[in-house]
Design a protein around this ligand. Sequence first.
Ligand SMILES: [Zn+2]
Length: 409
Amino acid sequence: METIEFDKLKEDISNLSDIGKSADRGIYRMSFTKADLRAREWLLSRYQDAGLESSVDGAGNIIGKLKGKDDSKSWIIGSHIDTVPAGGHLDGSLGVLTGLEVLRTLKKKEFIPNHSLEVISFTDEEGRFGGLFGSEAFAGELTPDRIHNAKDLSGMSIVDAMKDAGLDASKALDARRNPSTIAGYLELHIEQGPILDSLQIPIGIVEQITGLFKWQVRLTGLANHAGTTPMTMRKDAFQGLAEFSLEIPRILEENGKENSVATIGRVSLFPGSANTVPGRVEFSLDVRDTDESILEELSNAFRKAISAIARRRGLMFEFDILSQVKPANSNLKILEAIQNSCDKQNYKYHKMHSGAAHDAQIMARITDMGMIFVPSKNGRSHSPAEWTAWEDIHIGANVLLNTILELTK
Ligand SMILES: [Zn+2]
C-alpha cells in the first residue's frame, strides 16, 4: 500500500485555482481563453518538474507520461482543467492534479510500472465549443465537420481560438489514439451532487455514467390579443407547455426507472409581450437515465405526450434533437480494483451512478473505464461554492494511487 504526498497536491490545487479567478471568486478558465492558456503552460511545467515526459497532442490535450517496462500500452488517468464561467476550483482540475500526483509519487520512488502511465488534461470538456472536444478527438470521434462548426456563444470558432493559441485545429484529427495502445482509463472527479456528502462517505465507485437526450421543442399556436380573444378560442402555446410540464413526473413514473430524470431548463415565449397570447413557445427538454432501453422508452413517451397535448390544443409540435449520448458502463475489473484499494486502506465507499457527463464516458467507447467520486459539500458544483474537504481529497488520491498500482501489477 502506498500513499501520496499530500502537501504537494494541496499546493498544486491552490496554485491552479488562482489562475482565472475573478473578484466574484468564480474561476473563468473556459477553453482557450487567456486564463486557460496560462493554466496550460502551468500544467506543462508541473509535468516537467515531476520528471514526466510531456507533450501536447493535435487537439491540445496535455499529456504527461511515466514510462513503464512495456511501453506499448498505457493506463490513462484523465480529466480537464477548463471550467465553466464562474466555475469552481475542483471540477476537472482535481482529476488531473491527483493523476499528476500519482505519477509524481511513483516517479519519486523510482517505481517502474508494468505498463506506462499517462495523465491527460482533455481540451474543452466544459463546452465553450460544444464540450468533450479533447476526449472525442482522442477516441477518434471527431470529424472535420465537427471541428469547423464548433463555435462559442459569441460566434468565435475553435479553429480561430486554437490558431490564437498557436495550434492548428485540423490537427485535432491526429489526436486519435489507437485503442490497442490503451490498457484502460481512470478518472477521479468530484461528485457534483449531494449523495456522498449526505451519506458522509468519502469515496463513490461509479458503476455507470448516465446517457441523455436533449431536445429543442417548438409548440406553435396563434398569437393574438390578450383582451379580445375569448379563452375558448385561443391557441395558447404556453398553456400547452404548462400542461406538459405537469405530466413529466407521471411519464417518468410509468416509463422510467429510479435513475430517470427530466428537466425543462430553458423556455422562450413569442412574441413575449404581457398583453399577447403567446403564439409560440420553444423549450429545452433534457432527459437522462443509465439504461439505453429506458431512454428509448422515455423518448417515445415524451413524444406521445406532447403530441396529444398539441393535438387537443390546436398547436403544432416540432422538435430538434440537440444531443444524444449513450450511457456508459464501468469495467468490472476496474471497479473491483477501486473497491480493493478502498478495502485495503479501510475507506468506506458507496456504489453509485454519475448523472453528469465526463470525459470517461467518451473514453468508455474505446477502452475499459472506471471512475472514482469524492464528495461535493452540499452537492454544489459549477459555482464558487464548490468544495471538497481536504481529507476527502487526500483519501481520493490514495485510492487512485493504489487502484492504478493494482491494475498495472
Ligand atoms: Zn468535470
